[in-house]
Write a protein that binds this ligand. Structure first.
Ligand SMILES: C[S@@+](CC[C@H](N)C(=O)[O-])C[C@H]1O[C@@H](n2cnc3c(N)ncnc32)[C@H](O)[C@@H]1O
Length: 299
């Protein structure tokens, strides 16, 4: 099939997941669609995750864009996607949001910056963006999230931070990036986080003699699970302490992914001292004082 975009009158020919106006060339290049225009099971799962996340972030993007237009502010919205991988999310956001909005406004209205440590993925994403004519609204940076935070070539302010399954502590670094860049919104779907679990493990014997709470992480499986849950709780408290309103929800049904927790944060400027106190109290209760720097409020 040689068609590059979905003709309006031929929408029925494509799987229902393909949206009107969506670039078929993009979906094929990302191997979401086969050459024959079919979706396989894995691709359907991935697309479902990305669409769900997009659904959560489209509204705030629209609201921020409307604010800018109302204020006559022509600076593009900036969205930084951390641990971008093959940039499924960034490409879908560009294709479904920034591309049609640019057509409506007759100018570019936003930029997606994909941050990724694997050079080959960064090169491939940049090539694909060039090939599809998306390059004006997309750029890709070969750096770790923490390096990107201090990269002078990146904007000093971003509007939205996303991180979909950014490995281990990359989600924490994405939060630090968002705080440093005064992000209005953050949408984070954490991956497995091993750091808190490793600290719980290291001090297990001491904590078992100190507090019955340590029963929560006596068994190795529980150490991992409680470590992961505690990490996300601490992340939420950190965000609240820094002036964000936080919502935690499921990304998709649990049958689709084990890493399914979505943390949505909107900056309100109201820093919650109680969240800061609770954060510190939890670090103390769980014997995690040596993790103070990770969840530091002076970020
Ligand atoms: C599980 S993949 C997810 C990719 C993509 N977000 C998605 O959902 O398809 C995680 C990606 O994060 C990248 N990564 C891991 N640690 C990182 C870091 N500290 N900074 C930037 N990228 C990182 C990995 O190379 C990998 O491509």
């Amino acid at each position: 099939m040689k068609r590059k975009s979905t003709p309006a009158n031929d929408q029925d020919a494509w799987p229902p997941e393909v949206r009107p106006g969506q670039s078929l060339e993009l979906l094929k290049a990302l191997h979401i669609l086969t050459r024959e225009g079919k979706l396989n099971q894995d691709a359907r799962r991935k697309l479902k995750q990305v669409y769900h996340l997009f659904q959560f972030i489209e509204k705030p993007l629209l609201a921020m864009l409307a604010d800018k237009l109302a204020q006559g502010d022509t600076r593009p919205l900036v969205l930084a996607d951390h641990g971008a991988g093959k940039s499924y999310l960034g490409f879908i956001i560009h294709d479904l949001f920034f591309k049609p909005q640019a057509l409506l406004q007759s100018r570019s209205v936003g930029q997606v910056i994909g941050i990724e440590t694997r050079a080959a993925l960064v090169t491939a994403s940049q090539q694909l963006a060039d090939q599809l004519g998306f390059a004006q609204g997309m750029r890709f940076v070969n750096a770790s999230v923490s390096e990107a935070t201090h990269d002078q070539a990146l904007p000093s302010q971003v509007d939205m931070v996303t991180a979909l399954h950014a490995c281990d502590t990359a989600t924490d670094d994405a939060i630090s990036f968002g705080l440093a860049k005064h992000a209005q919104y953050m949408a984070l779907v954490p991956c497995c986080q091993a750091e808190v679990a490793s600290h719980l493990r290291a001090h297990k014997a001491l904590n078992l003699s100190r507090t019955p709470l340590a029963e929560l992480w006596r068994h190795p499986l529980h150490t991992r699970e409680i470590g992961s849950q505690l990490t996300n709780v601490l992340r939420c408290l950190l965000l609240e302490a820094q002036g964000y309103q936080v919502t935690v929800t499921e990304l998709v049904g649990w049958e689709h992914s084990l890493k399914n927790e979505l943390i949505l944060a909107q900056y309100t400027g109201q820093k919650k001292p109680s969240a800061a106190q609770r954060l510190q109290a939890l670090l103390d209760e769980f014997g995690l004082k040596d993790m103070n720097a990770r969840f530091s409020l002076t970020k």
